[in-house]
Design a binder for this molecule. Structure first.
Ligand code: MG
Length: 392
């Protein structure tokens, strides 16, 4: 069996209104899909992360840099193909765009492998559980969105059945090193640290004491601010404190982890695969290990990261922020390993999470996702929806 083609499909959904995290503006949800086709006509479906830049950059790496190495290769030899892609490209870049591109191809190869085996990936990669608990990720900043609207939003997640919710913090340019200082939209939806604390308090009051509450600073705080805010958040029974500091500040994250009695989660932005996570785990800089399957090296690499985390007695809570394809890959990983925590789910799902594929994974009234028994990722693109959302 040989790989006949590797191609990308760019899709994008425009949000009704832009939302903001600590330092980023999201006006749309773009996604870069990857198809690997064999000489037998079988298709594997993957997705490569694009965060921080246009889809075309990563698409170019896949089509012009990786594709020539893959054509004619046996798609069942995933470990070897991963090494081939990585060894060919490592002088160009060892993380970021290149490893995101490798991730998209790798997920497609695993989808193919599952289809060939007639087995869903959660079984093929380990086989731990078919049902995976999910948490609602939201609580973004938006223009005109006050504390009351935020509390209503988070309460609605609980009403749907979620037992855990996460909101954004950290959109404050008044602290040293704030990434917002460099942003053109500095000032938009900004809050003070006191206002951020009030937002979290209002959400805790809205959801009651029994729902897990997480906060995500998207790397925006310096160590003193993260320690100070983390200690104030302790009384609100926060389940995890995500990316408190800049992802390159490993020692800073370890310092926060040692001084705050809330587990630290991270770092989706450590995009150099197992090497980044090895260092974070060894430094005890995180308590929840959060690779993105579409960003940190695909299922091949994140499965290894999961095992590394398990050896350190740490749970895996992957960052999930793509289309239905990236969602499926991450939730299958969570169904495969024994140290899987919860699946991050944007809710309500946007069209690229639901309409884009037939039989998307959805969160049921118990706040869980049933991975089912369909082979591979268990999803197929809907050609009409692809046409509707295709860009470029
Ligand atoms: Mg995050």
């Amino acid at each position: 069996m040989q790989i006949r083609d590797v191609r990308t499909i760019s899709v994008e959904y425009t949000l009704p209104r832009p939302v903001f995290d600590a330092n980023y503006t999201m006006a749309s949800k773009p996604a870069l899909l990857v198809e690997v086709e064999t000489d037998t006509g079988l298709l594997g479906l993957g997705e490569a992360a694009h965060f921080g830049g246009p889809l075309v950059s990563t698409a170019t790496v896949i089509e012009q840099e990786l594709r020539p190495h893959l054509l004619g290769q046996d798609p069942r030899e995933i470990e070897r193909l991963w090494e081939l892609m990585h060894r060919r490209a490592y002088k160009h870049a060892r993380g970021g765009i290149v490893i995101a591109a490798i991730s998209g191809v790798d997920i497609a190869l695993w989808d193919l492998r599952g289809k060939l085996a007639g087995m869903p990936l959660w079984r093929l990669l380990g086989g731990y559980r078919r049902r995976v608990p999910a948490y609602a990720t939201g609580g973004f900043y938006a223009e005109g969105k006050g504390v009351r609207e935020l509390a209503d939003e988070m309460r609605a997640y609980c009403r749907h059945g979620f037992g855990a919710v996460k909101l954004k913090v950290g959109r404050n340019s008044g602290i040293e090193g704030s990434p917002l200082r460099a942003m053109a939209d500095r000032g938009v939806c900004e809050v003070s640290l006191a206002e951020d604390l009030a937002r979290v308090r209002a959400v805790r009051e809205a959801i009651g004491p029994d729902v897990r509450l997480m906060v995500d600073a998207n790397g925006a705080w310096d160590v003193p601010t993260a320690v100070r805010m983390g200690r104030l958040l302790e009384e609100l029974d926060v389940y995890w404190f995500e990316e408190p500091v800049w992802p390159d500040d490993l020692a800073g994250s370890a310092e926060v982890a040692s001084k705050v009695a809330i587990p630290i989660a991270g770092y989706e932005t450590c995009s150099y695969g197992i090497v980044s996570f090895r260092d974070y785990i060894a430094a005890r800089a995180v308590h929840f290990v959060q690779p993105d399957v579409a960003w940190a090296g695909g299922l091949t690499e994140t499965l290894k990261i999961a095992h590394l985390a398990q050896a350190a007695n740490l749970p895996l809570a992957p960052h999930i922020h793509g289309s239905a394809v990236a969602v499926a890959a991450a939730v299958h990983l969570l169904g495969a390993v024994r140290n899987g925590s919860m699946a991050e789910m944007v809710f309500p799902a946007h069209p690229l999470m639901e309409d884009l594929v037939r039989e998307p994974l959805v969160v049921d009234g118990a706040g869980e996702i049933d991975l089912g028994e369909r082979p591979g990722l268990g999803i197929e693109l809907d050609p009409d929806a692809v046409k509707r959302y295709r860009v470029g």
